[in-house]
Design a binder for this molecule. Structure first.
Ligand SMILES: Nc1ncnc2c1ncn2[C@@H]1O[C@H](COP(=O)(O)OP(=O)(O)OP(=O)(O)O)[C@@H](O)[C@H]1O
Length: 319
């Protein structure tokens, strides 16, 4: 269990955490999301006692990290995948950590195998790829078999097999009753891994709730394909719908995403005018779109490239 209350932190004149409060509970994967510079890593560092907040508290199992009797066995953390001496091997690094924390040596082999680093266990870390370093960082976090895990962007650099493996691991750790707090920018990955979503922006909580409740805040949308799009769009707007044309692939728009009206209502309006409809598909909100809407005002660093297409997917069809 992690409890953060009224956390405030400034660097010089810049207020990075602005009264941040949240709880991450056991048995759940909590996704910790926010734009670059939002304060995610700073929060994780405060929880781990690696910085002193100006105000507020960060507790693990009810006490500050510094007061934990057996920190490595209580909290496993991945903050910086390069935090191992380049001349050391994963085996030597983990053995050293295990020895200083009274962790049995067999656990070292166990976690090396678990993260897939068995074959590279005795090679110096200086020759490791980003993904291999990341796997080592995860092994360090798991070494003490802790009940709470804090992972800062653990998917970085992992190959597709590694990402799939990590997804299963995070799920299994939560299902065992552990508290799992994971920061990431990979929305599609978080959408299939997390139960709970915490979004922050400029050091404040923007959203905190179950994945389902968060997605439900986005209006339902429907994909519409019709040869009478321009006429139908006019009628839908009159009835309170919003219509966004999708002109990809064809010169003349025939396809659009409609919000504010159900598929049934759109069908009825088309039928009333005897306009044929080729497709009406309810679309599921995507975490990426919900996240982008929530953080639109909180993004500090923005490129000037065009906005990409909708990431909504077709809603499941029940027979
Ligand atoms: N030691 C420090 N000294 C000065 N400024 C800092 C320090 N640590 C963090 N910051 C600033 O605090 C802000 C929040 O940084 P932080 O790393 O917590 O963001 P983040 O949400 O983890 O971002 P990202 O997604 O880019 O990793 C940034 O503007 C950063 O420059």
């Amino acid at each position: 269990m992690i409890e953060v209350g009224g956390l405030v932190k400034s660097y010089g004149a810049r207020r990075v955490l602005d009264g941040l409060s949240f709880t991450a509970v056991p048995g759940r994967v909590t996704a910790f999301l926010g734009p670059n510079g939002a304060g995610k890593s700073t929060t994780l560092r405060m929880i781990l006692g690696l910085g002193t907040p100006d105000a507020g508290h960060a507790l693990v199992h009810g006490v500050p990290y510094a007061a934990l009797r057996d920190p490595l066995r209580t909290v496993g953390a991945l903050l910086d995948a390069s935090a191992c001496h380049p001349a050391r091997s994963p085996h030597a690094h983990l053995r050293w950590l295990a020895r200083t924390h009274r962790i049995p040596r067999e656990r070292v082999t166990e976690v090396l195998d678990l993260v897939g680093l068995g074959p590279a266990a005795r090679r110096p870390v200086r020759g490791f790829s980003l993904g291999m370093r990341q796997r080592l960082g995860i092994a360090v976090a798991l070494l003490g078999d802790p009940g709470t895990l804090l992972l800062d962007e653990p998917m970085n650099g992992l190959d597709p097999e590694g990402i799939q493996w990590l997804r299963g691991l995070l799920r299994a750790l939560a299902d065992e009753g552990r508290t799992v707090l994971v920061s990431s920018h990979l929305m599609r990955e978080m959408a299939v891994t997390a139960d709970h979503v915490l979004v922050i922006g400029r050091g404040r909580v923007l959203a905190d709730g179950s994945l389902a409740s968060l997605l439900a805040t986005d209006p339902p949308a429907v994909r519409l394909v019709t040869p009478r799009l321009h006429e139908l769009a006019g009628a839908l707007r009159t009835e309170g719908g919003q219509v966004a044309y999708d002109e990809t692939g064809e010169g003349t728009a025939r396809q659009a995403v409609v919000t504010g009206l159900t598929a049934a209502r759109i069908g009825d309006i088309a039928a009333r005018n005897a306009w044929s409809v080729h497709e009406l598909t309810p679309l599921r909100p995507s975490l990426e779109e919900t996240y982008l809407r929530l953080t639109a005002e909180a993004v500090e660093y923005r490129a000037t490239t065009p906005v990409s297409p909708s990431t909504r997917q077709e809603a499941a069809v029940h027979a």
